[in-house]
Design a protein around this ligand. Structure first.
Ligand code: ZN
Length: 566
């Protein structure tokens, strides 16, 4: 087996309790080992910052929504063209790049694992096809259940075990990883041109409230012992005053798992808004962050907005319709039968725009006000808040008050009266950043058992080496060096092979798709359940037998089997 010895690495590995130690790391085959033999290839890390490979716990790189974003924005495709170079295919696109564009750019930033934030089960094949051509990162798919009629009927009947069985069947069928709820109840109502405005409102089509759907899904999730918790996009995204809905939702979350959170709330920036309309729109990051600080069963990600052009895409169809009514630009709406919905809109976040400036501040505030970095992951909900290539700038903003103040001086002048950001002095350190970009993700996703997110022997050899000497750089003052250092690794190592070198992919990748198969007893196997079969026959446009994605269809894959309480 090929061996590599990384010498003089300055390692920050929060899960193993290593914080800035100068050490060697031995790799044999795909794993980190105690020692390498004399035959090992030696790489001198020159004291550079060495972290576990980056993990993006919520991004949109693959599937029908992303692809629709590509072809509705030819101007975006023209913005990011690169030509063929060595092992690298041509790429194009800025906010919604081609699959190879996503893969190479993430790899240059040191990322080795990606979670697609929202896979519509009925369109799973498309997602898996694009995973195959995102070769430098392992893939996981959050699977949309917000409008799943089978699950909603079971919850309506108060039958959590049946809801869990339907989740188990569906995840196994579509090779998904976790339960994703997007605007639960609202996305389902959108199929009938409606939405919901509060977590305790009855939804139009089932005798359920969003709160009941969320609580039921959390219990079903824990019954199946899924690695990850329920992954929630709260109701009322992007609406002034929505912070009360977000806090109300967090208040309903039980603490059911001692290894990880019971709820992962995504892109919370879009859910921390005050005001009664756009006129008095303001930040409510403080009460939201306080709620997270008091509830260890919740992990959030930022959903940071950065200025410039991007593309919004979400399963939250009604929200995108509201956004369309504000912008009157291009809009795509797609309703996925009995399961979920979606919408896509290109946007341009501008510093001259007061609302956009407040949104920018809120994401940073959440990361700075949540005390425990293990509870707040660094994301842009790429590309919704900004394309992921902005991550180095966000890291620098979190590490430097001076940089934040300089940027703040350039945004809309009324922002100051509406946000607490200028009064926050906290500066995150290198360890915090390592938690918020890899270790925290691994723990929140429940994938440390797969060897993800740490660097001690036994771990997968997914490693990012950045040209940063942390003993020589003061991130508070040298924010430009921080941006530069995190923009391009010296080496990105994926499963024991150097895949990127100074921004260029140097070999063809070999990724793996991870999916979950809960082991359910025969009585709960939906494959043979007549009522479930009938649901398909009556309402789906596709036969139940044609629905599952065959394992052979996946490129390389790893099935995570779980014991269940059914
Ligand atoms: Zn998302």
């Amino acid at each position: 087996m090929a061996e590599i010895l990384l010498k003089n690495a300055c390692v920050i590995d929060p899960i193993s309790g290593i914080n800035g130690e100068l050490m060697d790391i031995a790799i044999s085959g795909s794993r980190i080992v105690e020692d390498a033999s004399l035959q090992a290839e030696v790489i001198d890390c020159q004291g550079f910052l060495t972290l576990p490979g980056g993990i993006d716990s919520h991004t949109h790189t693959s599937g029908t929504k992303v692809n629709f974003g590509r072809y509705m924005s030819p101007e975006d495709m023209r913005a990011g063209r690169t030509s063929k170079k060595g092992h690298m295919h041509i790429t194009s696109g800025y906010s919604v790049p081609t699959t190879y564009g996503n893969s190479y750019r993430y790899s240059a930033l040191g990322y080795t694992t990606l979670v697609e934030g929202a896979m519509a089960p009925l369109e799973a094949r498309h997602t898996h096809e694009e995973f195959k051509f995102t070769p430098l990162q392992d893939s996981f798919a959050n699977t949309l259940f917000d409008g799943n009629w089978g699950m909603l009927r079971a919850l309506e009947d108060g039958d959590i075990k049946r809801a869990a069985a339907i989740v188990a069947w569906t995840l196994t069928a579509v090779k998904g990883f976790a339960i994703k709820l997007t605007n639960p109840g609202g996305t389902e109502a959108w199929g009938f041109g409606k939405n919901v405005s509060c977590i305790n409102q009855r939804i139009p089509t089932f005798d359920l409230t969003p709160a009941e759907i969320i609580k039921g899904a959390i219990r079903a999730n824990e019954m199946l012992h899924l690695p990850h918790s329920v992954h929630l996009h709260c109701n009322n995204l992007g609406t002034p005053g929505n912070f009360t809905c977000t806090i109300g939702t967090f208040g309903h979350v039980p603490d059911l798992n001692d290894k990880r959170q019971s709820l992962y709330a995504t892109h919370v920036q879009f859910h921390s808004y005050g005001g009664s309309g756009w006129g008095d729109f303001c930040s409510k990051s403080e009460p939201v962050a306080n709620m997270v600080n008091f509830r260890p069963q919740i992990v959030i990600d930022m959903g940071q907005v950065m200025f410039g052009r991007t593309t919004t895409m979400t399963a939250d169809g009604p929200m995108e319709f509201n956004l369309y009514r504000l912008h009157h630009d291009k809009w795509s709406n797609h309703d996925v039968e009995l399961e979920t919905g979606s919408g896509i809109i290109p946007v341009n976040y501008r510093k001259k725009n007061l609302v956009n400036s407040i949104m920018w501040a809120i994401g940073l505030e959440l990361a700075l006000l949540v005390k425990n970095p293990w509870q707040c992951m660094l994301t842009t909900d790429s590309p919704n808040g900004a394309p992921f290539v902005k991550y180095p700038e966000i890291i620098a903003l979190l590490m430097s008050k001076r940089y934040r103040d300089l940027e703040f001086a350039t945004v809309h002048q009324d922002t100051e009266k509406r946000v607490p950001l200028p009064a926050i002095d906290r500066e995150l350190d290198w360890h915090d950043i390592a938690v918020m970009t890899r270790a925290g993700q691994a723990r929140a996703l429940g994938i440390t058992d797969l060897g993800k997110g740490y660097l001690s022997p036994g771990a997968e050899a997914d490693i990012a080496i950045y040209p940063l000497r942390i003993d020589e750089i003061d991130p508070s003052a040298d924010y430009e060096k921080v941006i530069q250092g995190f923009s391009q690794t010296e080496y990105t190592i994926k499963r024991g092979r150097v895949v990127s070198r100074r921004g260029d992919a140097i070999i063809d990748g070999e990724n793996t798709t991870f999916w979950v198969k809960p082991k359910v007893p025969a009585a709960y196997d939906m494959q043979h359940d007549t009522a479930f079969q009938e649901l398909f026959e009556r309402y789906y446009s596709i036969r139940m037998s044609n629905y599952p994605v065959q394992e052979e269809y996946l490129h390389r894959n790893h099935c995570i089997e779980t014991e269940t309480d059914l």
